[in-house]
Design a binder for this molecule. Structure first.
Ligand code: FAD
Length: 652
């Protein structure tokens, strides 16, 4: 009998390093594809930990959560289990761009993620800090932990967030190694990744202080209540039946309010006085941070005219009084932070439970990756999340799904998961990262997509279920649920297209929306095309579709309203692509082009591209910016011939 000796404790198809938002989704996606998967992370208790604000969703990000969900991910399900306050953002702009956002109970969210992970029979978890990757030539074959445990694998997904050579700064004199407050940074792995020749750079981010809610004078502050009942919202409603009581009313988890206050003149003066002691302004940190989550120091310096800055006091959980001070991210010394807090209405006697801080960390410019998020130079090695220069839980989760599904595909010889820009925000995110790279922490916005009216949060399942089905990401029960859901939409569409509505029946719905009455009977879908007219209301007055799920009816209504837009958006995107050679004058006054975002104005002023294609390649210049740039230039050109015309007229 011959005994074979393996150098590894166990062997897997996919090994994921790190259990943040990218790592957990990567592991689930890999396991769903049938890969034997292990998730190796420094502490099992911190699986699904939210490093900063315990909130999921928001503009564009909420759509990503729905996309992750449609691809079999766990972020939406965990959010449903942990929501303690819900808001629908962008309500002034119509349902197509509504953006759900949930404040979560931090502890519940963590536990929910761990529970959901442990449901997967092919997915194991291991506590350990990976010290190095093991290679055979360029091919990754395993990892070794600081504790000396070795695991063999066909592919590795690295999702180590802000931990690689993470350094925390509070003021200019306190600087300590750390991946997140209270957790050590990972240096061995960082050194090895640099040693194997990957390009590495540094970014920074920051977080605000936390306070003891029992020491807040809430009588002085406005409350912002949850809107969960009003919207009857569940993120993962495709899969779970909302909790309904015997009267049919949905029962959501207990909700808590947020409190609203502001930083005023006294706080501003404190920051101005101590600005030189801030890690970011006193020279301790030199790397770039997220433009759209600025520190309070940044806000005071960049907007000196602003009299006050709004702050939201957000509950951290049901089991704690701790509050997160949203809007006050800072790297000033702790004592100064406390003085600033005491200057804020309602916080005059507040106790600070944790000081805010800034953190610098390694990231790897994502142009080193291919469209599957595999490192081009090192087969079998995938990167996802903050390590690729992004910021945000949702951006990390979206990349996690792509990297995990593709690591499994490579290990098992399956087809890769590739999402186009027209199919999803995740497709936009991956494409932006690998083709343009990043020059500051990247976050998603609707303006980054050419297809923002057709790529919506309500239709994620319609867009992505075919992909998930083709890649076997669903179990049998989920396949049946998706089939029922899509069939309900088809039925709603048929009812809308086939049912006639008479002027007198439509009148109450039209009058309530301030819309003109009908002259004669038409199909319901004709009427539903009008702005502010609800398909559900039209069904109700006609007594049809009562058994259809409300969200399927809303999706159908939006499909009817925006059916013409997809082709229009695609034509516009094609036109922009064809206009790559469109010349740009090096002296264009970008600063004056107010229809461009501030980010685009700044970057184009700096880069001075000579063609539209060069402008399109600049990180942070969105398709909307490019469209507006062409319009601005054409406007200026039209102005010039009329001047020439005046000259000619004078000659004759
Ligand atoms: P993380 O969530 O950081 O997860 C990394 C995981 O890897 C952790 O589980 C860690 O334990 C594990 N790990 C690391 N190294 C190893 C190793 N060698 N071996 C094993 N396991 C390892 N985003 C915003 O959108 N807005 C903000 O305002 C914001 N502020 C932030 C403030 C701070 C201080 C921090 C730290 C982050 C902030 N973020 C913010 C970013 C957001 O938290 C991240 O984008 C998101 O968590 C990234 O997810 P990730 O999965 O890539 O990494």
């Amino acid at each position: 009998m011959s005994l074979s000796f393996s150098p590894f404790e166990a062997e897997f198809d996919v090994l994921v390093i790190g259990a943040g938002h990218a790592g957990t989704e990567a592991a689930v996606a890999a396991a769903r594809r049938g890969a034997r998967t292990t998730l190796v992370t420094s502490a099992l208790e911190t699986i699904g930990q939210m490093s900063c604000n315990p909130a999921i969703g928001g503009v564009a990000k909420g759509t990503v959560v729905r996309e992750v969900d449609a691809l079999g991910g766990i972020m939406a399900r965990a959010t449903d289990m942990a929501t303690l306050q819900f808001r629908m953002l962008n309500r002034g702009k119509g349902p197509a761009v509504w953006a759900p956002r949930a404040q979560c109970d931090r502890g519940l969210y963590r536990r929910a993620v761990r529970t959901l992970i442990e449901e997967h029979p092919l997915l194991e978890t291991v506590q350990g800090t990976v010290a190095r990757l093991l290679f055979d030539g360029d091919q990754v074959i395993g990892v070794e932990t600081l504790e000396g445990r070795r695991f063999g694998t066909r592919t590795v997904v690295v999702t180590t967030g802000t931990f690689l050579r993470g350094r925390i700064h509070i003021g200019t004199t306190t600087s300590l190694a750390g991946g997140r407050a209270g957790e050590t940074s990972a240096t061995h792995l960082a050194e090895q990744l640099e040693h194997v020749g990957l390009e590495v750079a540094r970014f920074k981010t920051g977080t605000p202080p936390r306070i003891d809610g029992r020491t807040v004078d809430s009588s002085k502050l406005d409350r912002q209540e949850s809107e969960i009942e009003q919207f009857d919202y569940t993120w993962s409603h495709f899969w779970s039946t909302p909790r309904r009581d015997s009267t049919g009313v949905t029962r959501h988890p207990a909700q808590l309010p947020c409190l609203i206050t502001f930083l005023g003149t006294a706080g501003k003066q404190l920051i101005e006085t101590h600005i030189g002691e801030s890690a970011m302004y006193g020279g301790a940190i030199t790397s770039r941070g997220p433009r759209y989550c600025p520190s309070i120091e940044d806000k005071i310096v960049k907007f000196p005219g602003a009299e006050r800055h709004q702050l939201f006091l957000e509950p951290e959980g049901h089991d704690t009084h701790e509050l997160y001070v949203n809007g006050l991210s800072t790297s000033l010394p702790a004592l100064v932070q406390l003085d600033i807090l005491h200057s804020v209405p309602g916080l005059e006697h507040v106790r600070m439970t944790r000081a805010g801080y800034a953190i610098e960390y390694d990231y790897y410019p994502p142009t080193q990756l291919d469209a599957t998020l595999q490192v081009r130079a090192l087969p079998g090695l995938f990167f996802a999340g903050q390590i690729n220069g992004t910021t945000g839980y949702e951006e990390a989760a979206g990349q996690g799904v792509v990297a995990g599904a593709n690591a499994a595909a490579l290990a098992l010889g399956l087809s890769p998961l590739m999402l186009g820009r027209e199919s999803s925000y995740i497709g936009v995110l991956v494409d932006d990262l690998i083709t343009r790279g990043v020059d500051e922490p990247y976050r998603l916005f609707t303006s980054r997509s050419e297809f923002r009216l057709t790529v919506r949060q309500d239709n994620a399942i319609r867009r992505l279920a075919p992909v998930a089905l083709a890649l076997n990401l669903y179990n049998q029960e989920e396949e049946a649920i998706v089939a029922r859901r899509l069939a309900a939409e088809e039925e709603a569409r048929s009812l809308a297209d086939e049912t006639s509505i008479r002027p007198e029946d439509a009148l109450p719905v039209l009058a309530a929306a301030g819309s003109a009455p009908l002259a004669h009977a038409v199909r319901i879908s004709e009427v539903a095309r009008r702005q502010h007219i609800s398909l559900g209301d039209l069904f109700r007055v006609m007594g049809v579709g009562a058994d259809l799920p409300a969200d399927a009816v809303i999706s159908t209504e939006l499909e009817i309203k925006y059916s013409g837009y997809f082709d229009r958006e695609r034509l516009q995107a094609d036109k922009l692509r064809r206009m790559g050679d469109f010349p740009l004058d090096a002296a264009l006054p970008y600063d004056e082009m107010l229809s461009l975002s501030l980010e685009a104005r700044q970057k184009l002023s700096r880069l001075r591209p000579l063609t539209l294609a060069q402008a399109a390649g600049a990180p942070g210049v969105s398709p909307t910016d490019l469209q507006n740039l062409v319009i601005e230039i054409e406007k200026r050109r039209r102005a010039v011939p009329s001047a020439r015309g005046r000259v000619r007229r004078r000659k004759t």
